[in-house]
Design a protein around this ligand. Sequence first.
Ligand SMILES: C[S@@+](CC[C@H](N)C(=O)[O-])C[C@H]1O[C@@H](n2cnc3c(N)ncnc32)[C@H](O)[C@@H]1O
Length: 261
Amino acid sequence: MLSYQHIYHAGNLADIHKHALLAEMLVYLTAKDKPLTYLETHAGRGLYHLDSPEAIKTGEARAGITRVREGGMLHDAHPLSAALASVTAAHGPAAYPGSPLIALNLLRESDTVHLCELHPQEFAALREATLAHGANLHSQSGWDTVMSIAPPTPRRGLVLIDPSYEIAKDYRTIPDWVGKLHRKWNVGVIALWYPILTSGAHVPMLNQLEKAGYPRAVRSEVRFAPARAGHRMVGSGLFIVNAPFGTEAAASRVAGMIPRN
Ligand SMILES: C[S@@+](CC[C@H](N)C(=O)[O-])C[C@H]1O[C@@H](n2cnc3c(N)ncnc32)[C@H](O)[C@@H]1O
């Protein structure tokens, strides 16, 4: 039974790290005049309203995207700003795009999109949020679905893996899953998000991914104050295989946008 709902965390500092770097990588990938495939294993609902009781309850968006925008840390020229502007123009000032809408705003008509979301309500909301975009939606587990699509057509492309890590065994199974995906789709950009936890539960997974010696691997990590006293997440990480040219520079720009305290 899935209980995680991203609305409680949408627009927090981890989202900004993940979404800003994703947006920058998509700008690099779409600079080439060749179509690509974009996939997500864990898409979420695509569109969030930061004035909802859930978002207000945790205050994570206020300490995240609201603070970053008000503090001028997110520049208008950043591709995440373009996605934000398009979503707020369509859905009001409190709207915040999830990763699917950020990607759909930056991709071209010639690109192919596959989005997986297992939770029935989140899937229904995702369908609604992406209606205008012609994405392929899968109400099945992203792990099996993406593996069965790989290698996709077109072969160039990027997969975002953004689990909620509700299932503790994810930390143990992900390195093998990434290895298998890379063997099936050796040119694919594989971007895995993970939380940086006070418990260090993410560390063995990262050690295993580092040891695999993937081509053009980039590890981008940012640290920040916990959302609440005692909250175990103190940072956000992205491990990227086949990182597009420019990802390291983009990662340091994005790190500069995140307040540390
Ligand atoms: C962290 S949220 C995704 C957030 C989204 N990527 C974003 O940045 O806007 C994780 C989502 O994965 C969904 N989920 C959990 N297990 C899944 C699975 N095996 N396959 C697909 N979706 C799953 C949850 O319902 C939740 O909506």
